[in-house]
Design a protein around this ligand. Structure first.
Ligand code: 5GP
Length: 218
């Protein structure tokens, strides 16, 4: 193929997508998000705002925007969130402006949000949203993973296990459900979903012009 043809095909305009990864904590969602961001320069992370305190090793602005409750409430009142929800007694929200900027810049956006956020984003931007739910292979494995993080107290782990079970009950609000038994295999599936979703006809806005030229013999 001539280089000009290949450049033309590569630069076809595509509608950006909102890619949601949800799971109960400990099912491997953060690892999968990190792998995806490292492997794929076309997708960028939506950094949520939260009122929960930072955990050891977390960086403000990178993992979350850590804000106090009055600041969060003010942002919500000012319509600065695409969605927000109460999770584990804290508030979490997706700031609107950075998502719009990323989509304008031609990027897809990755969201690490819970089922409530997935539902709200779907209501806001249905056709552009792809929802993926990650299940752990078993409850025992989930508990082992939560414990091995060593960041949470027993009380917090017990609360997270309860929450995980209720979160799992929302599996049917998603387009894709994966079982994370082997993280590499699960990551390959995430990449396959993203690749197929990017190729959906309605997302490829540049196709109309391309096909028109094609049948004209261009
Ligand atoms: P963690 O405190 O463990 O970082 O996150 C707790 C839960 O909150 C996770 O299920 C995570 O996906 C969810 N979460 C993080 N950011 C947001 C957000 O902006 N909106 C919503 N709805 N959930 C979020």
């Amino acid at each position: 193929m001539a280089q000009a043809d290949s450049e033309k095909i590569g630069s076809l305009e595509r509608r950006g997508l909102l890619f949601i990864l949800s799971s109960p904590s400990g099912a491997g969602k953060s690892t999968l998000s990190r792998m995806l961001l490292d492997a794929d320069p076309q997708i960028a992370l939506s950094v949520s705002a939260t009122t929960r305190p930072a955990r050891t090793g977390e960086t403000d602005g990178k993992d979350y925007h850590f804000v106090d409750t009055p600041t969060f409430k003010q942002m919500a009142k000012g319509n600065k969130f695409l969605e927000w929800a109460h999770v584990f007694g804290h508030r979490y929200g997706t700031p609107k402006a950075p998502v719009e900027d990323m989509l304008d810049a031609g990027k897809d956006v990755l969201f690490d949000i819970d089922w409530q956020g997935a539902q709200q984003l779907y209501q806001e931007a249905g056709p552009d949203v792809v929802r993926v739910f990650i299940l752990p292979p078993s409850i025992t494995e989930l508990e082992n993973r939560l414990r091995s993080r060593g960041t949470d107290s027993e009380d917090v782990i017990a609360a997270r296990m309860e929450r995980a079970k209720s979160e799992i009950g929302h599996w049917d609000g998603y387009d894709y459900v994966l079982i994370n038994d082997d993280v590499d295999a699960c990551f390959a599936q995430v990449q396959q979903i993203l690749a197929a979703e990017r190729l959906k006809r309605r997302r490829q806005r540049g196709l109309i012009g391309f096909v028109r030229d094609l049948v004209r013999g261009g």
